[in-house]
Design a protein around this ligand. Structure first.
Ligand SMILES: CC(C)(COP(=O)(O)OP(=O)(O)OC[C@H]1O[C@@H](n2cnc3c(N)ncnc32)[C@H](O)[C@@H]1OP(=O)(O)O)[C@@H](O)C(=O)NCCC(=O)NCCS
Length: 179
């Protein structure tokens, strides 16, 4: 994959299934993001996120038009809350793109989308995810001790939240594009 200098945010499309599959194959740490190991599973994964009645607001991080990552807000409309999650294909990591995308989407969710609280959790042995959360203005709220059993070991999960009334972090936004 050739990586450009500045990505954009656009809606996830059905045509992204093949690159979603490639992203899941790019690093074993993607396994916990869902069951995507075939084109059919990738299509089902994307379809679930973009279905007309879906509670998910899925934004593709695109290099040119090629999806390299995803930032998604799974909306609990009754409480005006959103569960916030993200991933980046291995070759595009470490460039600050997920942090910029997460900060941009969080700001959108708390303004344009009208949500009042965003929340997320990450395993404590995934510190990059915590860094992304903090770059996007999330505040650590606690630790769920021994939340997951992974390879015989109980792993803590740090929980984060961001309220509409929290200070907006300084960040370099990614442009939203319509395609
Ligand atoms: C977590 C993930 C999204 C990060 O993507 P990324 O594109 O590398 O993120 P960014 O480049 O925007 O920022 C990564 C930050 O983590 C930091 N980081 C990376 N590895 C780290 C480590 N081992 N310890 C501490 N910090 C680390 C980087 O230094 C950077 O912070 P900085 O900008 O303050 O220097 C990516 O690794 C991923 O997709 N992982 C698999 C899916 C996943 O875990 N998603 C989150 C689920 S909760």
């Amino acid at each position: 994959m050739s990586i450009g200098s500045s990505p954009t945010l656009r809606r996830l499309h059905a045509r992204d299934a093949a690159t979603v599959l490639a992203a899941f194959a790019s690093n074993s740490d993607m396994a916990r993001q869902g069951d995507v190991s075939s084109q059919a599973e990738a299509e089902a994964y994307v379809d679930r996120l973009i279905a007309p009645d879906s509670p998910h607001e899925a934004w593709a991080v695109a290099d040119g038009d090629t999806l390299v990552g995803l930032v998604c807000v799974s909306v609990d409309q009754a409480n005006r809350n959103g569960w916030f999650w993200y991933w980046m294909t291995d070759a595009a990591r470490g460039r600050g793109w997920t942090s910029r995308a997460a900060a941009t989407v969080a700001h959108w969710a708390l303004t344009v989308r009208g949500l009042e609280r965003l929340e997320l959790g990450h395993r404590v042995n995934n510190p990059a995810s915590g860094a992304v959360a903090r770059h996007a203005g999330f505040v650590k709220e606690g630790t769920e001790r021994g939340k997951f059993l992974i390879d015989g070991e109980r792993i803590d999960v740090d929980t984060y939240g961001r309220l509409r009334s929290d200070p907006c972090p300084a960040f370099e936004p990614l442009p939203f594009v319509e395609t």
